[in-house]
Design a protein around this ligand. Structure first.
Ligand code: NAD
Length: 480
C-alpha cells in the first residue's frame, strides 16, 4: 500500500518512529494509503532544517524568491489533472470541483503572493524638520501553518504562499484526513528546486504533531485554519508563549433573501452557497432566511433545484455532489439531522445516507438535506454542522433579518440578496461578520481581508494582511 512520506530538508522521508495511520477513500470507505504519524523527533529534524535555511532564504532577492514560487504555481497547473484526481479520491469531492476550485486556486494562491511580495512596501512617517521614521518588515523566521481537510491543497497553499513570499521558512501540517495533495505538492517543491529546509511538511494528527508544532519555541508564529474548538486550544498554548497567531475558524453563515432579489439567479446562487463541496466550506450559507412574501415560492424553487443535483462517484465528471470526508464526519452530520427532527424540524428534502451502486456502495454519501420550521435558538441553527444540511426560515423586516443573521456565536460570512441599494449598504454595516457578499457568494478577490469575527476567528488572511502577519515590523526613528 502506498506510504505517504514527510518532506524534511528537501527530501521525502519516513517518520522517525516508523508509525503510520490509515488513509481512507471516503467514496468507497476503504483504506488506500498510509500516513506518517509524525512525532517530536520528526519535528526536531524539520526545525533544524528550517533553522539552517532561514538566513539564506531571507537574504535571497525578492525577485529570485518570487520566481521560484511562480515556477511552483506553474508546476501545480501542469499537474492539475493528477492533483484533482488525488483530491477527489482523498476527500470525496467531485473531480470537476477539485479541478475548477481546489487546483485552480492552489496555483492562483502561490502566483498571487509571489507577485504581491514584489509590490509590498513598508511605511515611512515624516516628522517635518524634526526627523523621519521608516518601518522595516523582516521575515519572522520559522512559522507553522496548519490546515483542515475541506479544501486541502487550496487552504494549505493559502497559508504557505504568503509565509514563503515574505521570506520565512515553514513547518506545515495538512489535515491527517486529507494528506495526499500536500504530499504530491512536496514532490513539486523538489521538482522546481525550492531550497532545502525552506518548506517542511509533516503529516500526522493534531495531538501527535499539530500540538508540538504550536508549542515549539523556535516556531514563532502559527497560522491555523480549522474548527473553533481547536483554535481555542491552539490559542491557549500559543498565547502564553507570546506567539503571533492567525486563527481562521468555523462558521454558521446566514443567507438573507429579499423579495426584490433577482429570483432565478438568487435560487441558483443560494443553492451553490449551501451545497458546494457537500456543504463542507467554512463559508457555506447553511441558515437561509427568506422574506415572508416570497417564502413559499422560493422554498419550492430551491427544493426543486437541489433535488436535481447529481449524486455519485466523485471520479465521474458529471457528478455534482460527492461523499462526505470521513465516517465520523458523516455520522456527525446524520446525528444533526436526527437532532433537527427532535427539535421539530420538518425535512423538505433528503435526510438520509445514500448507497451508490458499484465501487462506491460503502461510501460516505448523505443526501442534500433541506429543513424548515426551526427557530433560531435551537442547536441545529446554532452549531456548525459542516455538511449538506441547511435550514429555511421566513422573516418580516430588515431588523428581524439582521437579528436572525447575527444571532449565533459565529461571524465568518453572510450574503444578502436584494436590489435595494440603500438596504444592502445599511445591512452591511449592521451585520457582524468578517465578509459580507451582496448578490454573490464566494466571489473572491485575493487582495481583500479574509477572516471572521466572534468565534469565527482572530486576524485576517489575504493580500497585504497576510504579508503583514508573516513579517515583523521594526520602526527606525531618525532625528535630523
Ligand atoms: P480541526 O480543527 O479538527 O483540524 C484542523 C487542523 O488542525 C488539522 O490539520 C488537525 O490535525 C489540526 N489539529 C487538531 N488538533 C490540533 C491541536 N491540538 N494542535 C494543533 N493542530 C491540531 O478542523 P477540521 O475538522 O479539519 O476542519 C473543519 C473546520 O475548519 C470547520 O470548523 C470549518 O469551518 C473550519 N474551516 C474554517 C475556514 C476559515 O477560513 N475560517 C476554512 C476552512 C475550514
Amino acid at each position: 500500500m502506498q506510504k505517504i512520506e514527510n518532506y524534511i530538508n528537501g527530501e521525502l522521508i519516513a517518520p522517525q518512529a516508523g508509525k503510520y495511520i490509515d488513509n481512507y477513500e471516503p467514496a468507497t470507505g476503504q483504506v488506500y494509503s498510509l500516513i506518517p504519524e509524525s512525532t517530536d523527533d520528526d519535528l526536531a529534524l524539520a526545525v533544524t532544517a528550517a533553522d539552517n535555511a532561514k538566513e539564506s532564504w531571507a537574504a535571497m532577492s525578492q525577485e529570485q524568491r518570487s520566481n521560484l514560487l511562480l515556477k511552483l504555481a506553474d508546476a501545480i497547473d501542469a499537474a492539475s489533472d493528477e492533483l484533482a484526481k488525488a483530491e477527489a479520491i482523498d476527500n470525496g469531492k467531485p473531480i470537476n470541483f477539485a479541478k475548477a476550485v481546489d487546483c485552480y486556486r492552489s496555483a492562483a494562491n502561490i502566483r498571487f503572493f509571489a507577485n504581491a511580495a514584489t509590490q509590498f512596501a513598508s511605511e515611512s512617517h515624516g516628522m517635518g524638520m524634526v526627523g523621519v521614521n521608516y518601518t522595516l518588515r523582516d521575515p519572522i523566521g520559522i512559522v507553522g501553518c496548519i490546515s483542515p481537510w475541506n479544501l486541502p491543497l487550496y487552504l494549505f497553499t493559502w497559508k504557505i504562499a504568503p509565509a514563503l513570499a515574505t521570506g520565512n521558512c515553514v513547518i506545515a501540517k495538512p489535515s491527517e484526513i486529507t494528506p495526499m495533495t500536500a504530499y504530491l505538492f512536496s514532490k513539486l517543491c523538489i521538482q522546481v528546486g525550492i531550497p532545502k529546509g525552506v518548506i517542511n511538511i509533516l503529516h500526522g494528527t493534531g495531538p501527535s504533531i499539530g500540538g508540538p508544532i504550536v508549542a515549539h519555541p523556535k516556531i514563532k508564529a502559527i497560522s491555523f485554519t480549522g474548527g473553533s474548538a481547536t483554535g481555542k486550544l491552539i490559542a491557549s498554548v500559543a498565547g502564553p508563549a507570546l506567539k503571533k497567531t492567525s486563527l481562521e475558524l468555523g462558521g454558521k453563515n446566514p443567507t438573507l433573501v429579499f423579495a426584490d432579489c433577482d429570483f432565478e439567479e438568487t435560487v441558483s446562487e443560494v443553492a451553490r452557497a449551501a451545497f458546494s463541496n457537500q456543504g463542507q466550506i467554512c463559508l457555506c450559507g447553511s441558515r437561509i432566511y427568506i422574506e415572508r412574501s416570497i417564502y413559499d415560492k422560493f422554498k419550492q424553487a430551491f427544493v426543486e433545484k437541489i433535488s436535481k443535483l447529481r449524486i455519485g462517484d466523485p471520479l465521474e465528471e458529471s457528478i455534482q455532489h460527492g461523499a462526505l470526508v470521513s465516517k465520523p464526519h458523516m455520522e456527525k452530520v446524520l446525528s444533526y439531522i436526527e437532532l433537527a427532527k427532535q427539535e421539530g424540524g420538518e425535512i423538505l428534502l433528503g435526510g438520509k445516507r445514500i448507497s451508490i451502486e458499484g465501487r462506491c456502495k460503502d461510501g460516505y454519501f448523505v443526501e442534500p438535506t433541506i429543513i424548515e420550521n426551526l427557530p433560531l435558538d435551537c442547536r441545529t441553527n446554532q452549531e456548525e454542522i459542516f455538511g449538506p444540511v441547511c435550514t429555511l426560515q421566513p422573516f418580516d423586516s430588515d431588523e428581524e433579518a439582521i437579528a436572525l443573521a447575527n444571532g449565533t456565536e459565529y461571524g465568518l460570512a453572510t450574503s444578502v440578496w436584494s436590489n435595494n441599494l440603500k438596504r444592502c449598504h445599511k445591512m452591511s454595516q449592521a451585520l457582524e461578520f468578517g465578509i459580507v457578499w451582496i448578490n454573490c457568494w464566494l466571489l473572491r478577490d485575493l487582495r481583500t481581508p479574509f477572516g471572521g469575527v466572534k468565534s469565527s476567528g482572530v486576524g485576517r488572511e489575504g493580500g497585504f494582511e497576510a504579508m503583514r502577519f508573516f513579517t515583523e515590523p521594526k520602526n527606525v526613528c531618525i532625528k535630523y
